[in-house]
Design a protein around this ligand. Sequence first.
Ligand SMILES: Cc1cc2nc3c(=O)[nH]c(=O)nc-3n(C[C@H](O)[C@H](O)[C@H](O)COP(=O)(O)O)c2cc1C
Length: 405
Amino acid sequence: MFPTSSAPESASASRREQARMLLHGIRIIQAPMAGATTPELAAAVSNAGGLGSLGVGGADPTRAGEQITRTAELTGRPFMVNFFAHVEPRSSAVVTQSWLRLLESEFAALEAAAPSTLRPIYASAATPGENTQRLVDVLVAARPTVVSFHFGLPAAGVIEQLHDAGILVLVTATTPDEARIVEQAGADAVIAQGCEAGGHRGVFDATPDGDADARASRGAQTLDLVAAVVQDVDLPVVAAGGLMNGVDVAHALSAGAVAAQLGTAFLLCPEAATASAHRERIREEVSRVRLSSMRSSSTRTELGRQQRAAIDPTAFTSAISGRPARGLRNRMHEIGARARTLGVRVPDYPLTYDAGKALAAAAAAHGDAASFAALWAGSEVGRAREMPAADLVHVLIAELERARG
Ligand SMILES: Cc1cc2nc3c(=O)[nH]c(=O)nc-3n(C[C@H](O)[C@H](O)[C@H](O)COP(=O)(O)O)c2cc1C
């Protein structure tokens, strides 16, 4: 996996430089968010001078290709496409059945039948085989400027095939160790995802062992992680997690990042596919933070980690998908806590998601679209701003320029 001769070494150095220049010129990346990003959102961000992206980890190669084509129709500028690269689930039938037993009473209360088994509802780009090759073929044909992977590295040979097609490759890391693996695999930049980040934590090994959510919340915070990763790897570093305005982005750049990836900040944009119950919960949080900051002189960013955790409306739970993910607290967090107390193991990602989605659908059919749904959001969600994506990019860039003098 290491470059073995000076020719590949110089090719990889020149791609890193290309990535650095692209990211340096752009600074603001709209995070890929499966289920929330759309071609319209990605294109609006790219057309406004940021890097828009599509989170198509949940889509099959054909559907991913359609979304890429649509985005390319809406913008001639660079954009990014993102896939999941998780290890295949290893849970046993015993783990599956005890998890389904735990959920039985929830389904019963919603007058719905619990599923009798769990399916791995998402394919992984880390799994070699036909599906991953179809995905690579779609990407090689469409040639988006950047492809990124979450949860680990793609299958052997994928990065090389994307490079041969002139595509830059980014991979998420949550620790300096993971960042070193990303570097050795030949990626062109690393996304350093701190524990404030909304959505799934991109940890490579996410065995749901009962302590996974607590471990996730003890993870390095974004600015500390960026500073550590910059020291350890010779790759451009993108900061992700809890960055909501241009001042936050300026802090990330000062810590050594070349650009910042913002997810939650874009969830209220009209171009995002954020579900209405999810939007409503975010809006409520924004109002709550506005009210409380009127009453208090200290801002969230001035508070210590423990104080912030105490007022944090978000938390990690593996109970929805099988991997720790940060979202607005709801009934699923309580189910996760109950499972821990009872010693019931959460099945591996994405098996757990099959039941999580069925439960959310059953509740939605009863008019409750929020209690069991994945309301992914970062810990700074209360500072989200509602405006069209292009306006948000312009505001972020203006704030960043002011902050950096
Ligand atoms: C709703 C939502 C969905 C997400 N889905 C993905 C995804 O599909 N792929 C991915 O790499 N990251 C995903 N993430 C994580 C983001 O890439 C990024 O790390 C995170 O949004 C940064 O933290 P912030 O939300 O505080 O800005 C998601 C985040 C959110 C909020």
